[in-house]
Design a protein around this ligand. Structure first.
Ligand SMILES: Nc1nc2c(ncn2[C@@H]2O[C@H](COP(=O)(O)OP(=O)(O)OP(=O)(O)O)[C@@H](O)[C@H]2O)c(=O)[nH]1
Ligand SMILES: [Mg+2]
Length: 260
């Protein structure tokens, strides 16, 4: 990706693949949060940077996320959740964050596809960039599905994308030893069309070899009754069309996703 000249403070312009992206960095402190919503309608996707090591404020983060995603100008837009500070020993893994933040419910209630990437600011940017690529593709996919009559602010050009970057907690300096739990994900593309379906339950997936990136995609209701959930495993790949195979939930090899 290429950093482009910035025209406004608090904004970063990037060229990523075929997209020109403006990232708007919004301060996360409580007193600034009421200003976030003035950016919602122009945003094509959200990037939420979470301090994964701040367990005491996880509930605050959950509420902040819930408020954002349930806003009418945000619901349905894709969310990239960066599980930051994975270098801190106490940091929660993405799969733990899904539980703590009740992300499955949020995804279903608001129809926003969500991807979680573990990262550390001092670590390699690779997983963050992969997450950003997913966010851009998801935003472009969504805009291509929107009716042509949508307002221009809610119906972005497929060649541009605008993201909000915010953080719900005031981070504190912490140990920077090593960078564990970093990850990557390669199978987002084939899951994206599920966004078209009316959601009732969420699909959760992660790439194998440890808890790495996770995807939550609103999925269709179970035909005929209560949903008990099932699991499928897929080979990791760059969006090939191979079919899913039965597997157990867990941190096994391959791309795993739970279906409602
Ligand atoms: N250990 C560790 N510390 C981090 C990481 N990311 C940020 N920090 C530290 O957390 C503190 C806050 O970081 P900022 O980038 O200023 O946080 P912010 O969310 O932008 O703050 P606001 O703009 O006020 O919302 C700084 O001391 C950073 O060095 C990380 O991945 N690991
Ligand atoms: Mg900041």
């Amino acid at each position: 990706c290429e950093v482009l000249p910035t025209t406004q403070p608090g904004q970063i312009c990037l060229r990523v693949d075929r997209f020109e992206v403006t990232l708007v960095d919004l301060p996360g402190a409580q007193r600034f949060r009421s200003a976030w919503r003035s950016h919602y309608s122009t945003a094509h996707g959200l990037l939420f940077v979470l301090d994964s090591s701040d367990l005491a404020r996880m509930e605050e983060a959950r509420k902040a996320l819930s408020r954002i995603l349930s806003h009418p100008d945000v619901s349905g837009k894709p969310l990239l959740l960066l599980a930051n500070k994975q270098d801190v020993a106490a940091a929660l893994l993405p799969c733990e964050l899904i539980e703590r933040l009740a992300l499955e419910r949020l995804v279903n209630e608001n129809r926003s596809p969500c991807r979680i990437e573990p990262c550390a600011a001092a670590g390699p940017a690779r997983s963050t960039l992969q997450g950003l690529r997913w966010l851009l593709r998801a935003a472009a996919e969504r805009s291509s599905l929107l009716p042509a009559t949508r307002s221009p602010t809610a119906d972005p050009s497929p060649r541009t994308a605008r993201g909000l970057c915010s953080r719900p907690t005031r981070d504190t300096p912490d140990n920077q030893d090593g960078v564990g739990k970093m990850g990557e994900h390669r199978a987002a593309r084939r899951l994206l069309p599920k966004v078209r379906a009316p959601p009732a339950t969420a699909g959760v997936g992660w790439a194998g070899g440890g808890c790495r990136c996770l995807l939550l995609i609103p999925s269709s209701p179970c035909p005929g009754g209560e949903c008990k959930g099932s699991w499928e495993e897929e080979e990791e790949g760059e969006g090939e069309e191979e079919g899913p195979r039965a597997a157990k939930p867990g941190r096994g090899t391959g791309q795993t996703r739970r279906r409602g």
